[in-house]
Design a protein around this ligand. Structure first.
Ligand code: C5P
Length: 311
């Protein structure tokens, strides 16, 4: 087979609520995740030597078993019981690394979907999502993507209709020097808020139901104005990271921004706009301040799907 191209998009969190602690030590979450059209490209070729070889245009990324692409490939081979399967994979990296945009998880999901196709394994999307959940909490979402409620560790998915009302878009900021450890952010949240964590499935389910019926999903359907966005990890990261405070203040100055928040455990930040033109105008009007503060910035529309094979 010739080369296969798989598109691997980033996500943002339109809602991230830490409900409580789980028996497995992870946090029980209630999230709304949204795929955005900021894409890495993964190119795959089969090989006959049983090896998984990864290369990347960004030399700072690991290309060994520390990369979720390699771990996904090895897991797929092991599950299929076919150690002779091999592939060359090349990643063109555009999603900022370590940003809370699930770039690594999306790449792992792209490897699962792409190699399943390349090797003719025939696993269903649901079977791939179960494998994805073994590798990372955000990975199952990245396969189907679009707009989804994500519960549990992030792997219990409820797909939502695509946002209505034209072309929602984001302006994204990431300071190249800023980085946040996800385990650190969850540990901090636990230290600060454990006393008020909910306990038990009934209490968790009540909050899930509030989110299902709440103003955010109605607003995404064009039925009412967007409420302020909630990210419980922002409350722990914002006081600790000066660039996060600075970036949020800059985004809040954007006239046409409908809402502003941190994504995931950060440090990337985003503002939502009614269309791409409005996002681009804000990027242009903030350009000198963003440059002075050292931020990288991107604009892109929301995207109605996750990983995709190039036709
Ligand atoms: O699953 P993933 O590798 O993305 O998680 C990274 C870390 O974030 C976990 O090791 C854990 O410390 C924390 N985490 C959590 N609860 C979640 C997801 C992640 O505590 N639901």
């Amino acid at each position: 087979m010739a080369e296969l191209i798989v598109w691997s998009p980033a996500k943002i969190n339109l809602h991230l609520e830490v409900l409580g602690l789980r028996g497995d030590g992870f946090h029980e979450l209630a999230m709304v995740m949204q795929t955005i059209a900021l894409l890495d490209r993964l190119r795959l070729r089969p090989s006959a030597d049983g090896r998984i070889q990864l290369s990347c245009d960004n030399p700072s990324l690991p290309t060994d078993g520390a990369n979720l692409i390699v771990r996904a490939a090895e897991l797929l081979k092991a599950r299929a019981g076919l150690p002779e399967l091999g592939a060359h994979l090349h990643l063109d990296k555009r999603i900022p690394v370590g940003a809370g945009l699930a770039g690594g998880s999306s790449n792992g999901a792209a490897a699962l979907v792409g190699l399943n196709h390349l090797w003719g394994l025939g696993y269903s999307e649901a079977e791939l999502a179960l494998m994805a959940a073994e590798l990372g909490s955000d990975m199952p979402f990245c396969i189907g993507g679009g707009t989804q409620l994500c519960f549990g560790r992030g792997e219990r998915l409820e797909a939502q209709p695509a946002p209505r009302g034209g072309g929602w878009a984001v302006l994204l900021l990431k300071h190249p020097a800023a980085s946040v450890s996800t385990p650190w952010a969850y540990r901090q949240s636990r230290q600060q808020r454990q006393a008020s964590y909910l306990e038990g499935e009934a209490a968790f389910e009540q909050r899930r139901q509030v989110l299902r019926q709440g103003p955010l999903l109605r607003a995404l359907q064009g039925l009412e104005a967007l409420p302020p966005l909630r990210n419980d990890l922002q409350a722990v990261v914002e006081p600790a990271e000066a660039t996060v405070r600075q970036g949020l203040a800059l985004l809040r100055r954007a006239d046409a921004a409908l809402a502003v928040a941190m994504s995931g455990s950060g440090p990337s930040l985003f503002a939502l706009f009614a269309d791409l033109e409005a996002a681009r105008r804000s990027q242009a009007s903030l350009a000198s301040d963003l440059a002075a503060a050292g931020f990288d910035s991107w604009t892109c529309p929301l995207r109605p799907q996750g990983v995709s094979l190039e036709a």
